[in-house]
Write a protein that binds this ligand. Structure first.
Ligand code: ZN
Length: 208
């Protein structure tokens, strides 16, 4: 154990205060550096938190604060094993979402979507969907098969992105979040009621 080793060392060696001081300072500097680079993770809020059903505000200020938030959102998303995260899910009611359908495999798949809007959508796909705010719940959802989205990046520059299959699904799921819509809102009334009943049961059992 480091503590006992250090104690042994100091009792068997000539006491050297400045050396010990230096080592302590070095240790402190290291832990400060670790703290500065360690990702700040946000708590992912679960349904039925009211922020999840509220439309997020448009982002008008693009600066270092936003850039930091976006990085924290990526860190939070990866830590939760997600491929998309919207700001309302961490309690921030703003039009900000991050997406990475390759989960760190391809850097070009990392997308920052500020104030995104769906310009066009075509076709349809039905696949199982999940959500970090609805853990354990997975249901088939019908979505467009292809979408074109316009958004701004963290610097405020406007861009367009097209996606099909998983990327289309993910873009639509995250943009829904920014409008207060959850994937269970796309289910039939019957299926949605079943899901809500399941959530209530999980809540009762303290598992939600
Ligand atoms: Zn979600």
């Amino acid at each position: 154990m480091p503590t006992s080793a250090a104690q042994t060392e100091s009792t068997t060696r000539e006491p050297d205060t400045s050396d010990a001081e230096a080592r302590r300072a070095a240790r402190q500097a290291t832990s400060d550096a670790v703290r500065l680079t360690a990702p700040k993770l946000h708590e992912v809020l679960k349904y039925p938190d009211p922020v999840l059903v509220r439309k997020g505000e448009r982002v008008t200020e693009f600066g270092p604060e936003l850039a930091t938030l976006v990085e924290e959102m990526f860190d939070t998303m990866y830590a939760a094993q997600g491929i998309g995260l919207a700001a309302p899910q961490i309690g921030i009611s703003k039009q900000i979402a991050v997406v990475d359908v390759s989960f760190k495999e391809r850097p070009e798949d990392k997308l920052v979507l500020i104030n995104p809007v769906v310009l066009e959508q075509e076709g349809s796909q039905v696949e199982e969907e999940g959500c970090l705010s609805l853990p354990e719940i997975r249901e088939k959802v019908r979505r467009a098969g292809w979408v074109k989205v316009r958004a701004q990046n963290a610097q405020g520059e406007s861009f367009e992105v097209e996606g099909e299959e998983l990327l289309a699904r993910c873009l639509l799921h995250e943009i829904d979040h920014l409008n207060g819509i959850l994937f269970i809102d796309h289910l039939s009334r019957l299926k949605r009621d079943l899901v809500l009943r399941r959530i209530k049961k999980l809540q009762r059992n303290g598992e939600w």
